[in-house]
Design a binder for this molecule. Sequence first.
Ligand code: PBG
Length: 320
Amino acid sequence: MIIRPRRLRRTSTIRRMVKETCIRVDDLIFPIFVKHGKGEREPIPSMVGHYQLSVDELVKEAEDVWSLGIPAIILFGLPGVKDKLGSEAYARDGIVQKAVAAVKERVPELVVLTDVCLCQYTDHGHCGIIKDGQVDNDATLEILSRVAISHAEAGADFVAPSDMMDGRVRAIRETLDRDGFKDTGILSYAVKYASSFYGPFREAADSKPQFGDRKSYQMDPANAREAIKEALLDIEEGADIIMVKPALPYLDIIHQVRARIHLPVAAYNVSGEYAMVKAAEQRGWIDGEEVMMEMLLSIKRAGADLILTYFAKDVARILT
Ligand code: PBG
């Protein structure tokens, strides 16, 4: 007698019954780039199907996202001016602050997350304040807390610090609580690697560092134990959701973090992961839709509860 696992693969109905993992629309968070202006819908060359949107266009996009059943968006802002401190990042009338308020007014139930970071807003393109040629951790915390408060004031449901400074989750949590934003959550980019997969994003967000790189604050791709340290620290500091980023080259990390913590785990299927699929699809080298579903499934199977992905609308169209 031979054991026949193929019996469970014989028909599509049987396969449906024994499927272990599935992607739900509820798992998806859609990233959107927003800029000043009116009626603007500027295509991002390296991210096919994505745009830098002005606030009026963003509101339409948010309605579209909500009507597809996607529960959440995360906003990235393109400021009007960049300076040393990234001051538009915490301006009351900054681009993200205006965008959040507009979306919340039109689609109040859509969960709005905001990326809290300085790299798009600083003239040097680093995620923190520069002192003596170095990114100064503690001086940055104060600015990040101001950014978080300004997003909370505008109505953000979650702020998502992505800068990788030490102690930023605690600093932001304490400031939010002190200023009366007890219900504003923190999705922490807790485990964020210094990755080359962010290339298209940096073009889309105009956030390339003007000198050096991000290796003194983002994590070394070689390290896994350190991921657990970062995740546990951010939980201690008050994070509500822990994120691993990028996703695909770090499935082992997602798996290990999932096994070790009891908060929801998010994974960021980043711009480079998206661009590779789109580029190969355009050349007819892969079936883009099938590759997309297989990639996202692998991220869920690794243990992610939530996935931030530029594919969210495409997936939602397939699932609904
Ligand atoms: C800001 C930020 C980055 C991404 C999200 N937030 C870029 C970076 O750290 O350089 C990357 C997202 C993507 O590639 O899709 N710090």
